[in-house]
Design a protein around this ligand. Structure first.
Ligand code: C2O
Ligand code: CU
Ligand code: CU
Length: 468
């Protein structure tokens, strides 16, 4: 592996070994955990980072680094993460995409007591599903996420991956890319993470784009090798329109989105102008084209995000088949028996009792009960074991990636058109669009249902769904 395939910034790799964390000079992005002891330590603390060339930015970090440790877990194997809060305010960790018990879900007020300054909380759970997940704070989220409290969690499949011929094969490269943009000026200082005029629209944009904490992340691959490229949108507000600059290099096998929110797709979804909303993830699987010397630049519309350099491959061997990502054990709801629920997203200027703006409405009620600006209103009551057909209508002029905690749902339609249904935990609704999702309520608890444009959540686009 070339030097480039290590991150430039010195990092601490959260170790798989019980009770210890091994300091290494860099995170090897391809590293698999050797041990079956999935025990990690995260310390939430203020740190300094070099994000914009030559300038120092004050960040909030997991273990001191702008690219937080990748938590590598395994489907069906318990993982333990001890989180120590060294901030001077409370925090929590939410494990986005994981169907785990509500008391491990990291939502203050409904799932857990926030971790007070100086305290340690142990998260302990068994991931039922494999795939590309992530973690982030769910406390004072606009500020804490905006300043860095986001990281990747990759859950390895319980069984070794196989190709279509049923032979065990591994990817030559498993490349996770944490996309985040920052509300930073060119000198590394912050501008306002949330500004009213944007919060009432698409969300306050971050102008500095990073991939894995770097503005110039690049990675070397060789012609003919197999790649699992994972992209995770950890930005506060940004919706990326994903593209690659040289689609013609893939003329025989056009790039497509193989996995969405950790669930393999049953149909071909072209990798072109794909709207990756905040919170969403995709995996694309491909064989590197025989185009040594070329560079593939991955773009948000036309803006570069990161690069893959194609190196010559001396070996004659070229991959002939890709591993197939197995399906997760998700129980899908029963459409015939499903109860219908409607959720309407609206724009509405209002203030909460502190005079802070509440620009967004869920079902004509502000997400937050007026008596407490912290606890969202309950919007639905689900019976354990029942199915719900949720009709979500975006009656606003802005996109909203809508996320439901603790469950994986089936998207039956979105963008006002019929599609091949797929499984996800977040569904994108662009302006005036509707989506229909089928939820099988199989995880008891009070669960968050919210827009992942985190300012929208903080300003009303949030509700609680009770499953009991
Ligand atoms: Cu990434 Cu409440 O979620
Ligand atoms: Cu979540
Ligand atoms: Cu939104």
């Amino acid at each position: 592996i070339s030097r480039r395939n290590f991150l430039k910034h010195t990092s601490l790799f959260a170790s798989g070994a019980a009770g210890s964390a091994v300091a290494v000079s860099a995170i090897n992005l391809s590293a698999k955990t050797q041990s079956d002891q999935y025990h990690y330590h995260l310390t939430v603390k203020a740190a300094k980072a070099n994000i914009v060339g030559g300038h120092i930015t004050d960040i909030l970090s997991y273990n001191g680094h702008v690219f937080a440790p990748i938590i590598r877990a395994k489907q069906g194997v318990p993982v333990r993460i001890d989180v120590t809060n060294e901030l001077d305010e409370p925090t929590t960790v939410h494990w986005h995409g994981l169907r785990i018990p509500v008391n491990m879900d990291g939502v203050p007020g409904t799932g857990q007591v926030p971790i007070a300054p100086g305290d340690t909380f142990t998260y302990y759970f068994t991931p039922p599903d494999a795939g590309t997940m992530w973690y982030h704070t769910h406390e004072n989220s606009v500020d804490q996420m905006g300043r860095g409290l986001v990281g990747l969690m990759l859950v390895d499949e319980a069984e070794p991956l196989k190709n279509a011929e049923n032979e065990v094969v591994e990817f030559d490269h498993d490349i996770p890319v944490m996309l985040k943009n920052w509300h930073l000026n060119k000198d590394g200082s912050y501008y306002k993470i949330s500004m009213k005029r944007y919060a009432a629209r698409q969300g306050t944009p971050g102008l500095i784009y990073t991939a894995n904490g770097q503005t110039d992340f690049e990675y070397d691959v060789k012609a003919g090798q197999t790649v699992r490229l994972r992209m995770v949108n950890t930005s506060n507000t940004q919706m990326y329109r994903l593209n690659v600059d040289k689609p013609e290099l893939f003329k025989h096998h056009p790039l497509k989105i193989d996995v969405l929110d950790a669930n393999p797709l049953d149909y071909d979804l072209a990798f072109k102008d794909f709207a990756l909303g905040a919170g969403m993830r995709i995996d694309i699987l491909f064989v590197v084209p025989d185009s040594a010397g070329q560079t593939l630049t991955f773009l948000d519309q036309h803006k570069p995000m990161f690069k893959l350099n194609i190196l010559a491959n001396e070996s004659e061997k070229r991959a002939s088949s890709l591993p197939v990502i197995p399906k997760n054990p998700v129980i899908v709801g029963d459409l015939d028996k499903a109860e219908k629920i409607e959720i309407v997203l609206e724009w509405a200027a209002a203030d909460d009792k502190n005079g802070d703006p509440l620009f967004w409405n869920l079902n004509t009620q502000q997400g937050f009960a007026p008596a407490s600006c912290k606890t969202p209103n309950q919007i639905a009551d689900f019976k354990l074991g029942n199915s719900y057909l949720v009709d979500i209508r975006n009656n606003t002029q802005y996109p909203h990636p809508i996320h439901f905690h603790g469950h994986t749902f089936k998207v039956l339609s979105y963008a006002n058109k019929d599609i091949q249904p797929y499984l996800a935990d977040t569904v994108m609704l662009e302006k005036n669009e509707a989506a229909q999702i089928l939820i099988y309520a199989d995880n008891p608890g009070m669960w968050m249902f919210h827009c992942h444009v985190i300012e929208h959540m903080a300003m009303g686009l949030v509700g609680l769904v009770k499953v009991s």
